[in-house]
Design a protein around this ligand. Structure first.
Ligand SMILES: O=P(O)(O)OC[C@H]1O[C@@](CO)(OP(=O)(O)O)[C@@H](O)[C@@H]1O
Length: 477
């Protein structure tokens, strides 16, 4: 059901780049990134749910996902506003019969909503997430009216969960990470947190027919059942589609570039070359590295459709799937050239790419922004799945890595991703943990720093091409 990536690319407003002598001209985009959404649509995603139902995790994933797609989004966490008034709440603070607690909690919600409206009005972005329990109908109605008056759409997202195991792991996570319980005995903290949940349970009202006029998405035991109501536009449906694909069971994702290719060795980009002898050694060693990192888990291997990834994955004793969407960034007319040749043949373009590598689109090829859009279905599928190992290319790997690690667009195209290295990413409630295994098999470095001349890389590559010594120590190509 994911949008066809090619369609999405076409939906960007084309904008011709300024032509200077020798510079290629082609449409480029710098819109909000959502592709089709009117720029003035603003959505407040209102989280709903008892404490320890994964609301903050869901909120942070939505913000990261939208940011990756260049849709500016921000979370407003009411708890943080409450903590400025009441850093250490008393035992009865969350008791709904305590009027002072009620007053302070409402004041915190008001401050968060006010700041959020200010953020929208100052052009901060398109999507705000109001992260709080918002557990009563009257509170939700109040938020909806405030937003409507400010010209902001509301999308209520309820996380309803009765899976005891999931609740317990959330309680554990909250009591160890929440600033409310900093420095406290974990057992006392857990008990206090359970009392807090009990207080909310007394007044909690799930989204139901009385609120049939609201736009909402109800997630039951994240990933098991989803109920949606009155989804109105493209951006809302995009957020909902993402939420439908989420699960929050513990899992890891494994990533590797293909083994060193003959093109890597010769400093050429793109193409569909075979792997080199050292690349072959990596392919043979990869099963061992995977075993070390994943144990006896049965993985599924995703490769691109290009030879170098398929050859690298061929000794892995798992099911394999080739995705066109995982093919390397298309370098158009520059395909099969070295960086030095590109610098010589297209000097203005070579400079433009360095100036804005994320948005730069090769003539007849792609930009990093284009790659992110075609990778969206991959990300959706990854969110739904468990135990996936992806063998892919430098640029594609950077984009996938940037999604999980929240790396911004300025930095992601410049990240160094070494060959012959297995990366394991483990998403956790508050960020993604990364581990790396090096195969200790030498390979050229295909990394080029911003602004550095490519001539030096070409000289090294050509001396390598004339030499048969493939076991040479690692070199910067
Ligand atoms: O965006 P930059 O840094 O040029 O990196 C992308 C390049 O990486 C390369 C290697 O230089 O990928 P790959 O390892 O798949 O061969 C090129 O084919 C590709 O054009």
């Amino acid at each position: 059901m994911a949008a066809d990536p090619r369609e999405s690319i076409e939906q960007y407003k084309p904008e011709m780049r300024k032509a200077s002598s020798g510079q290629m001209m082609r449409p480029n985009r710098k819109t909000n990134g959502s592709g089709v959404q009117a720029e003035d649509t603003r959505i407040c995603v209102v989280m709903v749910g008892l404490p320890a139902r994964g609301k903050s995790l869901i909120a942070s994933k939505v913000v990261r996902y939208l940011g990756w797609l260049s849709i500016a989004a921000k979370t407003f966490n009411v708890g943080q506003y409450r903590r400025t008034n009441t850093p250490t709440p008393t035992a009865d603070f969350f008791d709904t019969t305590n009027p002072e607690g009620e007053r302070l909690r409402k004041a915190a919600a008001e401050a968060a909503v006010k700041d959020m409206i200010k953020w929208f009005n100052n052009g901060g972005g398109l999507v705000a997430i109001l992260d709080a329990t918002n557990s009563t109908k009257s509170r939700r109605r109040w938020i909806q009216e405030r937003c409507e008056a400010a010209g902001i759409e509301t999308l209520f997202v309820e996380s309803k969960c009765d899976d005891e195991e999931l609740i317990m792991s959330n309680i554990k996570e909250v009591k160890t990470t929440s600033p409310d319980y900093k420095g406290q005995d974990p057992e006392v903290a857990a008990q206090d947190f359970r009392n807090r949940i009990r207080n909310y349970e007394k007044v909690y009202q799930t989204l139901d027919e009385d609120e049939a006029d609201l736009t909402y998405c109800k997630l039951i035991n994240v990933g098991h059942q989803v109920i949606i109501n009155r989804i109105k536009d493209y951006l809302q449906s995009r957020v909902v589609y993402y939420l439908m694909n989420l699960h929050i069971r513990p899992r890891s994702i494994w990533l590797s570039r293909h083994g060193e290719s003959m093109f890597n060795l010769n400093g050429k980009i793109g193409g569909d070359a075979d792997i080199s002898e050292r690349g072959e050694l990596y392919a043979r060693k990869l099963p061992e590295l995977v075993k070390e990192s994943a144990g006896d888990r049965q993985l599924t291997v995703w490769t691109s459709t290009l030879k170098r990834t398929i050859q690298t994955a061929r000794f892995l004793p798992f099911e394999k799937l080739s995705w066109k969407a995982l093919d390397e960034l298309d370098s158009g007319v520059c395909d099969s050239l070295t960086y030095g040749e590109i610098e010589q043949l297209y000097p203005a373009d070579f400079k433009s790419r360095d100036a804005d590598k994320y948005n730069y689109r090769y003539l007849g090829g792609e930009s990093y922004r284009d790659v992110v859009i075609r990778l969206e279905p991959i990300i959706m599928e990854l969110e739904r799945s468990e135990n996936i190992l992806i063998v892919t290319h430098q640029a594609v790997l950077r984009c996938i890595y940037a999604y999980f690690m929240g790396v911004d667009q300025e930095k992601s195209p410049w990240m160094e991703v070494p060959l012959h290295t297995l990366i394991r990413l483990t998403p956790r409630a508050y960020g993604t943990v990364e581990d790396r295994w090096s195969a200790n098999i030498p390979a050229v470095s295909t990394w080029r720093g911003k602004g550095s001349s490519a001539k030096h890389q070409d000289t090294e590559a050509s001396s390598r091409a004339n030499s048969q010594d493939l076991a040479a120590p690692e070199t910067k190509a």
